[in-house]
Unconditional design. Structure first.
Lengths: 256, 256
DNA sequence: CTCATATTCCACAGAGCTATGGATAACAGA
DNA sequence: TCTGTTATCCATAGCTCTGTGGAATATGAG
């Protein structure tokens, strides 16, 4: 890989950019990065979540680390990986946006398998804020519990998709549900909505996921969901029980 | 490359994202994409600009086309490539930002070879707008002429870096110069500024290049520079002589 | 000190990517 | 139709990347 490097320097620069490109050339690495934009995780958890052998996952993570897109933290014998800063999430966001904009296949896949996921229109952030204030909706975080506790929309309830059916009774049948998940390409919320509607509930998806919410500069709450059950009312209970690594900057920032 | 595709669909999605990732894994492809975000070009011109053999450049362009990141237009025996929409430029912008934020090497390279490029502070877009209104500065587009005519800041003069020294006399010595180029990682403007300062002129770089300007929703003018010489005054002469392929959307838009 | 757990390192085989030159295709002009 | 120009296609050789299992490392508990 020596492109007649005539000590131009310019080519050195592009080689640096390619270091980052190298990370997103492999589907599994993108998947890992996506997961890490939601919450930090141990190598084992990542391997499990992405369906990889441990050594393979570790190898991928090394690649990502060499590109400085992830950082690690040791806790006992375990190593936790996390996305290295907000720019990383913004980058994968741009990648997702680009894919949705340019690749018809993406919409196709979403439509084909997402229980008509892409079909239903979504709630905008502004609308959500307004209706939450008015107490008209329940906000539901249907991602796995770890991701919820690493950061969620203030006042949202944690109800992972896999438990939704069993815990359906916890939701007030009269309130509309707004579900959100990892982002526009994630299928958790659409599936949740589909399930809820099947039970006669009113339910819609938020226009995008937590990373976008965070990047928009809106507040994010950390800690586990304390609500044992019932009710469904949830006007910004401050259930923050911060035992998490704080992400670098809270600011919004636009491409500075 | 068959990751035990258990008809999950999820993995298909990441495979689609990786199609895009594949483009930015190779330094030369990033370079080509960068060029295409400035202006459309023929294969030959691209090969020349990136220092590639024709067949190699063509092969790279095929990869980019398969990922739908570029589109083509035929004109006689020549084929012109262009970036496929604004999202593409936004994506390479995000890539650049990420590299600058996370890779210390990038700053190092910039500093080492850029004639202390990264050192001097830059003019913000807002400041530029204000001072242009007041007629206090000359805005200089130091990119190659083709890129200027494909789109430039209204009222800017085209004076490619390679001709700057020879045509120095065309610039009013009393006005400060604000030079811009392709973006934060481009060295044309810094080198121009360095040269100008060496001749005792007041000169600074714009904070970033034309793509960012365009993405900020600010107006962009097309066509060649008609100003034969002298003066240096340039209060938004409408020198638009539109014979260009218009980019898709003019809107600003923030991550839809 | 020894053992158990969680990761990383290593070597290797199979698959994929890149650059290159020569052949082919599309087009314009005579 | 013939010719020159521009770009794409094709086959190939050299190199890199990926997944894998086994070995090595780091930490914590006895």
């Amino acid at each position: 890989m020596e492109y007649e490097s005539k000590a131009d320097g310019r080519s050195d620069l592009y080689e640096q950019l390619a270091r980052i490109g190298k990370v997103v050339v492999h589907p599994k690495r993108i998947e890992l990065l996506d997961l890490l934009c939601q919450a930090e995780r141990s190598v084992e958890a990542l391997a499990e979540a992405a369906g990889l052998k441990l050594t393979t996952a570790s190898a991928h993570l090394q690649v990502m680390r060499q590109a400085r897109l992830v950082e690690t933290r040791r806790e006992g014998t375990r190593v936790f990986y996390r996305a290295a800063g907000e720019e990383v999430c913004r980058f994968v966001g741009a990648l997702n946006d680009l894919a949705r904009a340019r690749l018809a296949e993406v919409d196709q896949i979403l439509r084909s398998l997402g229980t008509d996921a892409a079909g239903t229109e979504r709630v905008s952030r502004d609308e959500l804020l307004a209706r939450v204030q008015a107490g008209e909706v329940v906000v539901l975080d249907v991602r796995p519990a770890e991701e919820y506790s690493a950061g969620h929309i203030p006042g949202a309830r944690s109800l992972p998709l896999e438990h939704l059916e069993a815990r359906l009774c916890e939701l007030d049948p009269d309130l509309e549900v707004v579900a959100y998940c990892r982002g526009p390409l994630c299928l958790l919320a659409p599936e949740a909505v589909s399930l809820l509607r099947g039970r006669g509930r009113r339910a819609r998806c938020l226009e995008d996921g937590l990373p976008e919410w965070r990047q928009a500069g809106l507040p994010v709450e950390e800690g586990v969901d304390t609500d044992g059950g019932s009710s469904g009312r949830n006007e910004a209970r401050s259930s923050l029980r911060d035992r998490r690594t704080p992400r670098s900057s809270p600011a919004v920032g636009g491409r500075s």
